[in-house]
Ligand binder design. Structure first.
Ligand SMILES: CC(C)(COP(=O)(O)OP(=O)(O)OC[C@H]1O[C@@H](n2cnc3c(N)ncnc32)[C@H](O)[C@@H]1OP(=O)(O)O)[C@@H](O)C(=O)NCCC(=O)NCCS
Length: 191
């Protein structure tokens, strides 16, 4: 599709109401409105970000997508309106993909994140990366009840505080949620 700046955006995936696309350099203003909003960024480890930082992150995501086919992507509605960002990073210590999402406050409470995460989980398992673990991780602050609910609704299992970032909880999603839950039950009982 064509963005406001005339650049062509490739669509990565579609949900019932949303499209996930690659970024163009012209998307920085839309994303900066979210990245500079304390009410949005209090749930993100980075905190608020400057326009230059946001621009640099978009450049990184464009380069990552071009190099390996996955990254954090732009999210839009059926008319191309900006909804937020979502996709994957690489967990620093474990060799897993790490799920991330952030939506504009005007879009909260409509089930968009739940719909998006379901599609991203499907994308993850249908696009394995040979260099990474097969399961999908998500990190969340304990107070972020909305995000935790989104993960639970998508069959993620709570592992507990992250060993590498103890102020955050880590959730895991295996290809088979029932098997995953059983494995995690065993792990949880280990010292
Ligand atoms: C977290 C976020 C993505 C949720 O997006 P959303 O589209 O509103 O989420 P959904 O509507 O799909 O689902 C939210 C669920 O949480 C529930 N919820 C919302 N606020 C809640 C709260 N304070 N306590 C308990 N549950 C809450 C909703 O009721 C809903 O569950 P339900 O469908 O069972 O009723 C969005 O708030 C956001 O972008 N926040 C800022 C960035 C962020 O936190 N990103 C995630 C970092 S891990």
């Amino acid at each position: 599709m064509t963005g406001d700046d005339g650049d062509t955006r490739a669509i990565v995936l579609r949900t019932e109401r949303l499209r996930v696309t690659v970024w163009t350099a012209g998307d920085a203003d839309d994303l900066h409105r979210l990245h500079s909003d304390p009410a949005v960024m209090r749930q993100m480890t980075t905190g608020t970000q400057t326009r230059a930082q946001t621009r640099a992150r978009i450049d990184t995501w464009i380069a990552e997508h071009a190099a390996r086919g996955w990254s954090k992507w732009r999210v839009e509605d059926a008319t191309g309106g900006f909804v937020g960002r979502a996709g994957f990073g690489q967990a620093h210590h474990t060799g897993h993909r790490e799920l991330g999402y952030l939506l504009a406050p005007s879009r909260w409470g409509a089930g968009y994140a739940t719909e998006l995460v379901a599609a991203l989980v499907r994308w993850h398992f249908s696009h394995p990366d040979a260099g990474l673990q097969s399961d999908l991780l998500a990190y969340v602050f304990p107070t972020n009840q909305a995000s935790r609910r989104v993960l639970v609704k998508n069959h993620f299992t709570l592992l507990g505080p992250s060993p590498h970032a103890p102020d955050q909880l880590v959730y895991i999603r295996g290809a088979n949620p029932l098997r995953r839950a059983a494995i995690d039950g065993v792990r949880a009982s280990e010292p």
